[in-house]
Design a protein around this ligand. Structure first.
Ligand SMILES: [Zn+2]
Length: 430
């Protein structure tokens, strides 16, 4: 089994270029009844835009439970209207160490599960309802100019949620939804790494045959492979004292954290693809006080799972090491929270088949879609890691995610919905 996958990895580069050049279309031409799907979707652009505008104008930053719940409510009633049985999966309070006063815990609201039972292959459709934009963000409204739409989540991934829903509506409107086994899982914490929903995703993934995730397709490209991700929070506690009168008595948490940050940043190795980023630091009380506490938030990326585990071990060592004061000092204490929250997404023969099928259906629809690899993770990494072949970039073509430059191509709403409707139809017919 191991040998097989090694050979497969060797071949995978060749496969990628074969996929890209893909002169041969593996998919049969569209049937008359699939043409119905296509023309139904063509008639829905206005409705899709209206729904996208409505949900983009609701702030749904991960920690804005009220906003995320409003999005949940909208999709829950839409899916019910399509004959899905729906339920809420409970969210969680995720606690992490923090300095006094910077109480750092993540209160995640419920997730949405919807299912229709039929026969044929079992499909798991996934998307996230949260965005990175907190309720205080000034980037908070939908705007459209020509073929471009702007707003928080238009690409990542409210746009994808609309694509997913309208693909299902298209199947329903053309009498193709009955008899299919489809589960929709919409989580509310993807942007903080699915720390609450991971268990639900993995639980559902092993019950299904194919996974479809509606993250954006960037500059018109499906993502084939992704790096693994990890996150860590390191909190150093020292001892406060007067910076003038009692300097020698103090134990500066900032000084100790500074050493640790350098060690952590030095783990980055562009040759192996492992990168570490200390993205946020905080600490201290006053200029003239030796800092009693300091904290840092760390991002970890790795191409292979063992590299993630090695990085985790090294960070653990760095946390336990004392760099700034004599080794017998008992007055510096470090707390570490670390989580490899997304395994790398490594292509498999089955996930390449799925990718090829989607590309091929794209070509039938005159959509030339490329292939790329990405350093960013998605929930598709979680489902694929437990054995579900997953394509995770079926959403709108859009860029600038996680910034106030986020935008997406309006015409990709209709394009991707057609592709998705036919993909779902064909996958579940087998
Ligand atoms: Zn996303």
């Amino acid at each position: 089994m191991k040998k097989l996958s090694a050979v497969y990895l060797q071949l995978s580069l060749i496969t990628a270029s074969a996929l890209l050049n893909g002169a041969e279309n593996i998919e049969p031409a569209l049937s008359l009844s699939e043409m119905d799907l296509v023309s139904w979707v063509d008639s829905q652009e206005q409705e899709m835009l209206e729904l996208l505008e409505q949900i983009t104008n609701i702030n749904s930053g991960t920690l804005n439970k009220e906003g995320v719940n409003q999005i949940t409510q909208i999709f829950q009633s839409e899916l019910r209207a399509l004959g899905f049985r729906t339920s809420r999966l409970p969210g969680d309070l995720i606690e992490m160490p923090s300095c006094p006063g910077s109480d750092y815990s993540l209160d995640v609201t419920d997730h949405l599960l919807a299912s229709r039972i039929g026969s044929g292959a079992k499909l798991l459709l996934m998307g996230h309802m949260d965005t990175v934009f907190p309720v205080t963000s000034t980037f908070n409204t939908f705007r459209k100019e020509g073929d471009t739409m702007f707003g928080p989540g238009v690409a990542d991934m409210h746009g994808g949620l609309v694509v997913m829903l309208y693909a299902l509506k298209a199947l329903d409107a053309t009498n193709k939804l009955n008899g299919k086994t489809i589960t929709v899982l919409l989580n509310s914490d993807e942007e903080i790494g699915s720390l609450s929903s991971r268990k639900h995703i993995e639980e559902q993934a092993i019950l299904h045959d194919w996974g479809l995730v509606y993250e954006a397709s960037g500059t018109n490209k499906f993502v084939r492979a992704r790096k693994g991700l990890g996150q860590a929070r390191i909190v150093v506690n020292g001892r406060a004292s007067h910076a003038g009168g009692a300097h020698a008595v103090g134990r500066s948490a900032i000084k100790e954290l500074a050493y640790k940050i350098i060690e952590i940043e030095n783990m980055t190795n562009y040759e192996t693809g492992v990168t570490l980023n200390v993205g946020i630091v905080g600490g201290g009380e006053a200029r003239n006080t030796i800092a009693p506490c300091a904290e840092a938030l760390i991002d970890i990326r790795y191409p292979a799972i063992h590299q993630g585990e090695e990085a985790k071990e090294r960070i653990d060592q760095i946390a336990n090491e004392l760099y700034s004061y004599p080794i017998d000092s008992e007055e510096i204490k470090t707390d570490l929270w670390i989580n490899l929250h997304r395994p790398p997404k490594t292509p498999t023969p089955e996930s390449d088949d799925l990718l090829e099928k989607a590309l091929s259906i794209g070509r039938l629809l005159q959509q030339e879609i490329g292939i790329t690899d990405s350093g960013g993770g998605t929930d598709g990494s979680l489902s694929q890691a437990v054995g579900l072949p997953t394509l995770d970039s079926l959403g709108v073509a859009g860029t600038g995610a996680h910034s106030n430059r986020e935008e997406a191509r309006v015409s990709s709403l209709v394009e991707r919905t057609k592709l998705s409707a036919i993909l779902i139809h064909r996958l579940s017919s087998k």
